[in-house]
Design a protein around this ligand. Structure first.
Ligand SMILES: Cc1ncc(C[n+]2csc(CCOP(=O)(O)OP(=O)(O)O)c2C)c(N)n1
Ligand code: SF4
Length: 249
């Protein structure tokens, strides 16, 4: 009996991700959503800068790449020019919440009919572990060796809480990729974010809390535990905005 198989929307290429990195799980969840909705033939993905820049090698889809942070702007153009296509941006927290903040906020405010998968690992992974806008208070990074000092560096940006204040977006949710239970919830949220686009409902963003054991300086197991003990309490999981649920009330 087959209990699990590779989603068709993933290629067979071995990934370059570090052991214990949850980018791979998140790729799988995106591919499973695309398989489930039967949209592989019309889906276009946008790879970011950051560790997932090679996502175009792993998705069995039409893929393109955007300059740092610009994926929601590229997605807007692709979707408006090809309304039948299903367009998603896959972005890290350095990419989306730092240099790309304006693009993300305005795409949400415009309620562009696109899907954004926002992978928050609280650090700049690819470039060697610098502090990100999402690094936690007190978090040790290469550029905050004594821990993030909010008086000096400001407070972390809570993207879901911020975007949910806008009238524009259809669906904003935060999930995590650190346990079986959380991965199953993440799967549902990601599928909903794609289904919303198929149904023409508008902008959907799923923030997925993700691990970076390499730059956090932890074993893969400890990294998943740190997400439970420290990251999730600061970034509570849940649905922050869901217009379809409101309509059903
Ligand atoms: C305009 C610009 N500035 C800076 C960089 C360097 N850069 C590449 S990846 C990256 C950090 C990416 O971090 P994140 O988006 O959190 O993704 P992760 O690698 O953690 O998955 C930076 C600063 C760049 N490529 N382009
Ligand atoms: S550096 Fe961090 S985010 Fe990048 S692949 Fe390794 S564990 Fe994943």
């Amino acid at each position: 009996m087959i209990v699990a198989t590779r989603p068709h929307a993933l290629t067979t290429a071995p990934t370059h991700y570090c052991p214990g990195c949850t980018h791979g799980i998140i790729h799988r969840l995106v591919a499973e959503a695309i398989d489930a909705l039967g949209i592989e033939g019309r889906t276009i993905g946008i790879a970011p800068v950051g560790c997932s820049v090679l996502a175009y090698n792993y998705f069995n889809l039409d893929m393109t790449v955007a300059a740092h942070g610009r994926a929601p702007a590229v997605a807007t153009g692709l979707k408006r020019a090809n309304p039948e296509s299903i367009v998603f941006a896959y972005q890290g927290d350095g990419d989306l919440a730092s240099i790309g903040m304006a693009e993300a906020v305005h795409a949400a405010a415009r309620n562009e009919n696109i899907t954004v998968i926002f992978v928050n690992n609280a650090i700049y992974g690819m470039t060697g572990g610098q502090m990100a806008p999402t690094s936690l208070p007190g978090q040790v990074t290469q550029t905050s060796p004594a821990g993030r000092d909010e008086l000096l560096c400001g407070f972390p940006v809570k993207v879901c809480e911020m975007l949910a204040q806008l009238d524009g977006p259809e669906y904003i949710a935060r999930v995590a990729a650190n346990s079986v239970k959380n991965v199953l919830s993440a799967k549902k949220a990601i599928e909903k974010a794609f289904r919303n686009q198929v149904e023409g409902r508008g902008f959907s963003l799923v923030e997925v809390l993700s691990s970076c054991p390499t730059n956090w300086g932890m074993t893969p197991g400890d990294a998943l535990g740190w997400m439970d003990s420290t990251m999730i309490p600061y970034y509570p999981l849940g649905v922050y905005k869901d217009r379809s649920a409101k309509e059903a009330d």
